[in-house]
Design a binder for this molecule. Structure first.
Ligand SMILES: Cc1ncc(COP(=O)(O)O)c(C=O)c1O
Length: 431
């Protein structure tokens, strides 16, 4: 644990870590099966219980609630996925039937709607000249929201964009509709309230394992309103595991209490200003987007040979994911290596993949045929697929699959939505 949770000052404030570190190594005749009897524990007489906390976990949740300025925050060890599903279930319990959200939303939003019987009302986003998906525009939100009971936004998105949260909050308020924010990439923003989901949303998720130093799967889901606490409690009871990992729980508390790193934030912004041709830093400083255009995949490989691994490459940009725990020396090394690439390239040559606008409504019981990506070109997509990460559908259900998108898919190291390397298309006779 100590190799990961290194900030001693922060650890001193952490209730779950203190319980774990002071627990005595014992003979374990309880789960888990590794029988080590320390750190990775189960619910014992001294270790509290996430599903009905009254000891150190309760104190940790109370501290998190205070830091995030929510009415109630729930600790999650099942990723932001569980947080998104819980938000959706909570609004369903509160009467919502239809949810408006942008098409670039994470697959958990689509899955949550399907699972809970919420009708999705999706709307499109545009792409900048550099090929970066933009945030939602009011003109697209309004007609979708008219048909829905709630709006779900992703803020920040994977590229670090933040929408006009104040304006969108006021629209939802005027129309008495719920505002949900998937902040899987925004846990660190509680330091900067004007950008933070919790300052605007009725329900929001903080994915603290992505941009704060929590173990993978650490997250928090919160609500701002007293009247919604009971629905959210019911929802997390459904979607949380009954065997939450103690190391993850301890790390979530540690991550939320981790201090801001203003020196790094400053260094990132300075680097961005110095290289305007290549760096595309949006509102969120933790997503260092570098525009490499058609050279992106090749440069990604070259960096990996030098031991530098980015979060993802979308065939146009490479995204380097930072956090307050990023070491100054590591960032300096990254900058030096990138500067060599900038000097070699001179200027990036942007490569845009056109997004087809042809959509066909697919009935839920339509017959799906699984074909090789190449054989899928020109067919209608029946199962969304894309690059993993960012886990945003590259081709959506109903879209005609293009050659450019298949080329992008075939270049990516990791993908989602495929079965045995095949993509799901609509069977020809269903057309
Ligand atoms: C926007 C967004 N929402 C939700 C999730 C799900 O988060 P997790 O992997 O922690 O379950 C992700 C994961 O990448 C994401 O990008």
């Amino acid at each position: 644990m100590n190799a990961f949770l290194q900030n001693k000052k922060t650890l001193k404030k952490c209730k779950i870590y203190t319980m774990l570190s002071s627990s005595k190594k014992h003979l374990s005749f309880h789960t888990p099966g590794h029988k080590v009897g320390k750190w990775d524990l189960t619910e014992l007489s001294f270790s509290d219980n996430l599903s009905a906390p009254k000891g150190c976990i309760r104190e940790a949740e109370e501290d998190i609630t205070a830091i995030l300025e929510s009415e109630k925050s729930f600790l999650l060890t099942d990723g932001s996925t569980a947080g998104v599903l819980s938000m959706l279930y909570a609004i369903k319990l509160l009467g919502a039937k239809k949810l408006a959200f942008p098409v670039h939303s994470h697959k958990s939003v689509y899955n949550g709607c399907a699972l809970l019987g919420l009708t999705p009302v999706t709307f499109d986003l545009s792409v900048t000249d550099d090929g970066i998906p933009t945030q939602v525009a009011k003109k697209d939100v309004l007609p979708a929201l008219e048909q829905a009971d709630a709006l779900l936004l992703t803020s920040p998105d994977y590229y670090g964009n933040i929408p006009d949260l104040k304006d969108l909050q006021s629209i939802c308020k005027t129309q008495s509709k719920f505002l949900l924010i998937d902040g899987a990439h925004g846990g660190h923003l509680h330091f900067e309230k004007t950008l933070y989901a919790g300052a605007y949303a009725d329900f929001w998720v903080d994915g603290v394992h992505k941009n704060l130093p929590a173990f993978t799967q650490g997250a928090v889901v919160s609500t701002k309103k007293k009247d919604y606490v009971s629905a959210l409690q019911t929802a997390v009871d459904v979607f949380r595991t009954t065997s939450p990992s103690y190391p993850i729980m301890a790390s979530v508390e540690y991550a939320v209490k981790f201090p801001r790193n203003e020196a790094l934030e400053f260094a990132v912004k300075e680097f961005s200003k110095k290289h305007p041709d290549f760096v595309r830093l949006q509102e969120d400083w933790t997503k260092l987007c570098i525009l490499f255009g058609k050279d992106a995949f090749e440069i990604e490989k070259r960096l990996e040979e030098q031991g530098i691994y980015a979060e993802f490459c979308d065939g146009n940009l490479i995204l380097f994911y930072l956090s307050p725990a990023t070491k100054k020396g590591d960032f300096k090394r990254l900058c030096a290596v990138l500067e060599k690439e900038f000097a070699r390239l001179g200027k990036p040559s942007v490569q845009l993949v056109p997004t087809p606008t042809v959509f066909k409504k697919i009935p839920e019981n339509a017959v799906v045929e699984w074909v090789t990506p190449k054989d899928g070109i020109g067919r209608v997509c029946a199962r969304a697929f894309g690059l993993f990460p960012p886990c945003i559908p590259l081709v959506r259900v109903g879209e005609i699959i293009t050659k450019e998108k298949i080329e992008l898919l075939e270049n990516a190291p990791n993908v989602f939505g495929l079965r045995e390397q095949k993509i799901g298309v609509l069977k020809e006779e269903e057309l």
